[in-house]
Design a protein around this ligand. Structure first.
Ligand code: MG
Length: 383
């Protein structure tokens, strides 16, 4: 039985993982779980699964929580989460923390030689060079949970990476794929949070609407599969059935398909390198819709193209972009800026900030904190 730590267990990926594990109680045991704010849900899951180690990352909640389950070790704050991860006996960490807050836990898991099932793509966007270097010097395996990257991993199978000519990511195009571009100014928060094919948390749902999410995924794929950004293409595929394609050097193309549910890539990441028997989802091929593929429109999704450019720049710039994007999303969710201004903010910050090649982790963490804070303070000067 694999011992699993689930970080961000009360988020969308975390709760899907819980459903997977409920169906596979003989295969997986949760030994550690963390949540940022959703401590009530965390405590009820701890009771259901008898999880003995808990962390509430938002340390300010410490005084609010009084009724801990008996025999449970509960700690507060991100530093204590890193301590727990360093001491716990565990086979795999599922990092399902949202956004830049997930970076340190990815680094800790690899440093401790624990396999990392990575749903937190920001870890690779911000510090891909450091994470891949650590992976190369460690016993850990890095297994993507993102459906596209899980698809690529499965499509490559036992082939070598140098047999791969091209990776083709698919993108649903989000809720505004057909909305006239001159109406983007009027897009509301509620419309943006309503994704047509995937049910996800707020940050990634907004990222899917702007297609920043796909830009982050291109950078993620660059690190995971050792490809240049120019060898990673993206196509719009509104049905979200083909999760990505791999084109080999002989011209053969392999795709991975399933109904759009995160339970399948989560289960594969946990059971990797094998597929295990599961009844959690069965796809009936004849029920699938017709599949269409088209090019990404630059005018509609400027953040996607910007993110690809930033991916080529490398260094500290992807972390800078990520922090500006997180701040812009928070401003949009608070209804302080318009949807189309998310791009303007990120573009402005990228043009203004200086890049550093080969940044250290402390550079990345301080840039992330500073850029986020400064964007929230100064955004009115940008327009
Ligand atoms: Mg994805």
């Amino acid at each position: 039985m694999k011992k699993i730590a689930i970080l961000g267990i009360t988020g969308s990926i975390g709760l899907s993982a819980v459903e997977v594990i409920r169906e596979h109680k003989n295969d997986f045991k949760i030994v550690l779980a963390s949540a940022n704010n959703g401590y009530q849900k965390l405590l009820s899951l701890a009771e259901e699964f008898n999880i003995l180690n808990l962390n509430v990352t938002n340390a300010s909640l410490k005084n609010k929580i009084t009724d801990f389950p008996k025999n449970t070790n509960i700690t507060f704050g991100d530093d204590k989460l890193q301590e727990l991860l360093s001491t716990i006996e565990c086979d795999i960490v599922l990092n399902a923390i949202s956004g830049s807050a997930g970076l340190l836990s990815s680094m800790t898991a690899i440093s401790c030689g624990i396999d990392l099932a990575l749903a937190n793509k920001e870890s690779l966007v911000m510090a891909g060079h450091l994470i891949m270097e650590k992976i190369n010097n460690s016993n850990s395996k890095l297994i993507p949970v993102d459906s596209e990257h899980s698809a690529i991993l499965q499509a490559i199978g036992k082939s070598n990476l140098d047999e791969v000519r091209k990776i083709i990511l698919t993108a649903s195009g989000g809720p505004f794929r057909t909305l006239p571009v001159n109406e983007f100014e009027k897009i509301t928060v509620e419309q943006s949070l309503n994704h047509p094919t995937w049910k996800m948390g707020p940050k990634i749902t907004i990222d899917s609407a702007t297609m920043m999410n796909k830009g982050l995924e291109v950078i993620e794929a660059k690190w995971l599969f050792k490809k240049d950004i120019s060898d990673i293409e993206t196509v719009i595929h509104p049905q979200s059935i083909v999760h990505s394609f791999v084109e080999f050097i002989d011209g053969s193309i392999v795709a991975q398909m399933s109904f759009p549910t995160m339970k399948i890539p989560i289960l594969y990441a946990l059971s990797y390198p094998v597929h295990i028997n599961s009844n959690i989802f069965k796809t009936n091929i004849t029920d699938l819709p017709s599949l269409t593929f088209s090019e990404v429109d630059q005018e509609r999704y400027p953040l996607f193209f910007l993110a690809k450019e930033v991916g080529k720049m490398g260094g500290l710039m992807p972390a800078i972009m990520n922090a500006a994007n997180e701040a812009a999303i928070d401003l949009f969710l608070e209804k302080k800026i318009r949807f189309d201004q998310i791009f303007k903010i990120v573009q402005y910050i990228i043009q203004k900030e200086k890049n550093i090649q080969n940044p250290e982790i402390k550079d990345i963490i301080s840039a992330n904190r500073e850029i986020y804070k400064r964007t929230l303070q100064d955004y009115l000067n940008i327009f």
